[in-house]
Design a protein around this ligand. Sequence first.
Ligand code: NDP
Length: 475
Amino acid sequence: MKKIMTTTGGNPIADNQNSLTAGDRGPVLLQDYQLIQKLAHQNRERIPERVVHAKGSGAFGELEITEDISQYTKAKALQKGEKTKLLLRFSTVAGERGAADAERDVRGFALKFYTKEGNWDLVGNNTPVFFVRDAYKFPDFIHTQKRDPYSNLRSNTAMWDFWSLSPESLHQVTILMSDRGLPKSFRNINGYGSHTYSLINDKNERFWVKFHFKTLQGIETITNKEAESIVGKDRESNQRDLFENIEKGNFPKWSFEIQIMTEEQAQSCSFNPFDLTKVWPHGDYPMIKVGTMTLNENPKNYFAQVEQASFSPSNIVPGISYSPDKMLQARIFSYPDAQRYRVGTHYEILPVNRPIVEVNTYNLDGSMNFQVKEPTKAFYEPNSFDGPVEDSSFAEPALAVGDVADRYNHRIGNDDFSQPRALFLLMNENQKEQLFSNIKDAMDGVPRNIVDRQIALFEQVHPDYAAGVKKALGI
Ligand code: NDP
């Protein structure tokens, strides 16, 4: 037997085809509440899109730990044999929600692990570094990626103006303009936690860590020209590829690996290991295999499970924690703040965001609180009514930090050129040609003084880099 359609109040609906009118040609009546409700609800079907990473695709999967790394971490989800359900959301950064997938951009790689000790979110990208190293510059940088307020057009000039005035961006700009800046699909990218995080073992010893997810489908990229023809036919090429592959059981996989740096090594490291514009060279900090990540389930409802998915690097579990990385520190604040605004005060109770463990906070009220707890006298803390209490066994080891507060100039004494140079030198001739040609395309319409200032930075990376770009530009 078919179910009877109802109003949102649960009352049966007699007619869902014809609105209530005065006579068959007449005006509609205000009492047609169901018509008004449908239109009003439609007006509210969208939530504010993410300011960055607005266009995304997601899937559920599993992280399986195959190796023993208990010497570094006590996190239950990272113990050998453990399997943890996860959500992975891929995205582009700059485009709006309706943007085409096949665009040259960094790809977001945001993970939420539903562990037995609460949610662990690792909100990274398909690049190991970033354009800026101080969140003070993040809103400025994002303005250059979005639209010019006057023309409402994306602006190559704004991008290269900012980059050419910010040498710390050279590393990420080189990756973005390389072949890897335009992936063939989400299945063909690596994921990087990007920031330095920490692992803490059962002796309460801290290790600094970088997280890597290496695609087992292989890195595959497309050229600007190929992207043009793809976008002309299909704006959803990456969403389609991910959805259809999972739908037919061709589950994408990544090798989960880490790099470890001890606290002593960090003190003597030649660069700041908490600088988001730097990688840790593999030769010095070798990759350690940890496990495998598989995506094996499409979301049942895109809006509920992907659009409302709310990731935040503030979600850590015992055995995994933060680091002094200035960008990470800022994201620990700004991501939950974005979710409270975008989704709502109680975004963490939504099914896709809710941890699988019991949540025991003293938070109360707020808009749209749809959680009804058993009545308790313990609605503040401390209390004498058996409410949840703190447990000092979860305290992290103390961290020594510098003690003179100031606005330290992050550019003084900072080498912004060696690592982009190492990257440039490992590109083959074809990759270098793609790099030069992609930069030429991206510099279309940029005033000469800004182009020259950027070329001077490329020159400091490597003379061949500057020469290649100049030749492509016909300078
Ligand atoms: P390695 O030779 O050990 O590592 C080079 C890495 O570069 C590999 O992981 C490779 O990824 C990656 N790579 C190759 N081509 C590109 C490209 N066009 N865009 C982005 N990444 C690419 O050297 P180092 O560890 O000393 O690093 C040298 C440079 O490689 C760094 O300065 C950095 O620019 C880049 N890199 C380093 C990473 C790291 O964590 N050390 C991670 C990613 C890039 P794959 O193995 O998947 O092909």
